[in-house]
Each structure stands twice: as C-alpha cells, then as structure tokens.
Design a protein around this ligand. Structure first.
Ligand SMILES: C[S@@+](CC[C@H](N)C(=O)[O-])C[C@H]1O[C@@H](n2cnc3c(N)ncnc32)[C@H](O)[C@@H]1O
Length: 229
C-alpha cells in the first residue's frame, strides 16, 4: 500500500471542499431534494438500505452538505454525518438547523463530526452500515480506493454502500470524447469500469451484494452494496 499522503487526488479532494463559498454552492446545487437526479440517487440508496432495521447505527461519510440525513432519520436510524471539510459540516448544520430545532426526537439521533475517511476515530464494527456517497470518482488510483474501502470495512458490521462513476454510460463516453478532443487527461470525476472497481473491492476483502445504477447506460453514477466476505 502506498502512503495516502503521496496521492495528489486525496489531498486535492480534502482541501477543495473546505471553502465556505464551495460549500454554499454545494448546498444550493446538490442539496436540492426536489430534483429528479437527487430522487433517483435517493431511491438507489434506499434500495441498498433495504432490510436494515430501525435504530441501526449508520455513518454517512462523507456527508457533504448532508442531503442524506433527513431520509436516514426518517428511516429511524441513529446517524453520524461526518466529513473532512469544516465548511461542508457548517453548511450541513445550517441546512438542518430548523429540523433539529423543531424535532427533538430526530435531533437526538443525529451527530455531525469531522473525520478523515482514511483514518477515522471509530472503533472496529462501530456501525451497522456505512454510506460513502460521491467520493470514489475523485480517486483515480486503485491503491487509494482500496485503502478507503479497507477503512470502511473495518468500521462496518453489516454493509457498506458506495457510489462510483461507471464507464458503462453515455455521459461517461461523452466525458472521454470531450477530453480526447481537447487533448486533456482528466484526473478527477473519472468513470472507471465496473470490473476495475470490483477488483478493488475484492482486494479489500469485500464482495458486491447489490448493484443500483442511477440510470442504467445513461448516468455513470452507480451504487453498490458491499458485504464482508
Ligand atoms: C462530492 S462531495 C459528496 C458529498 C456528499 N456525500 C453528497 O453526496 O452530497 C465530496 C465530499 O468529500 C469530502 N471529503 C474529501 N476528502 C475527504 C476525506 N479525506 N475524508 C472525509 N471527507 C472527505 C469533501 O469535503 C466533500 O464534502
């Protein structure tokens, strides 16, 4: 395993969101619960959570501006919403301020905290489920993806839900074509083949137990449920 500090993508992704302006934009752009894209992503995550009982302990890492938290609380889970960027955590807390002030029951079941995904402060098997939404497409290096998967495996007892950008999608094809025409080698938001990610998953001692494409063949965003082998 390489030292994560040597991965530029890891450091860039850590710092890029730690900016109040970026976090504010993220809330307005991505946290709009009423978009079809968001609804589709939520449907995939809900399908991946099927059968997880109420009161389960769920970690959302990275939580970003916290768009999963309302859905997770409504399913009756105890939720830790964690992110490395303080700006994102502030935006998430602001976004949930009204809900938390008006609903003591939900408020008691939600904690925000700062965590680094490669080196979390959690005990082994601390959670019933861990969700890692929209991070892996920032990591082009297999060894980095495997280190993150290993840490998620360490802290989850039941299942891990991850998203990645799959090459099997029209928009992934457009992305590649546009970069080729521009003569640019992309180093972020990179689609990869399912087989490539599955290899990372196997190397980390996990197996895929569910596949949930957001829009099969159209959108690259794909969710997987992973189980410990
Ligand atoms: C594309 S956003 C996704 C946020 C959220 N999961 C969502 O879908 O709205 C990526 C998030 O990863 C966080 N992040 C980047 N590097 C991290 C790290 N090493 N540990 C924890 N969070 C990290 C960023 O601060 C940012 O909030």
């Amino acid at each position: 395993m390489t030292n994560p500090e040597t991965h530029e993508s890891y450091l860039k992704t850590q710092s890029r969101f730690d900016d109040p302006a970026v976090a504010r934009r993220y809330v307005t752009k991505k946290n709009t619960l009423n978009t079809s894209k968001n609804r589709r992503e939520m449907a995939c995550i809900q399908a991946a959570l099927a059968g997880l009982p109420e009161q389960s302990r769920v970690l959302d890492l990275p939580c970003g501006s916290g768009r999963l938290e309302v859905m997770l609380l409504e399913r009756g889970y105890s939720v830790v919403a964690a992110d490395y960027a303080l700006a994102m955590l502030d935006a998430a807390k602001d976004y949930h301020a009204d809900l938390l002030a008006s609903d003591a029951g939900k408020s008691k079941r939600l904690v925000f905290q700062r965590e680094d995904i490669l080196n979390t402060s959690f005990e082994d098997d601390a959670f019933d489920a861990v969700i890692c939404n929209r991070l892996f497409h920032h990591y082009p290096e297999a060894s980095l993806r495997q280190q993150v998967l290993s840490e998620l495996k360490r802290i989850s007892k039941d299942r891990i839900i991850v998203s990645f950008f799959s090459n099997f999608a029209l928009s992934a094809l457009r992305f590649r074509l546009a970069n080729t025409l521009k003569g640019v080698t992309p180093n972020d938001r990179i689609p990869i083949w399912y087989k490539t990610f599955e290899q990372d998953i196997r190397e980390s001692g996990l197996t895929v137990s569910g596949v949930y494409p957001v829009r099969r063949g159209v959108s690259p965003q794909t969710y997987l449920t992973l189980s410990v082998t």
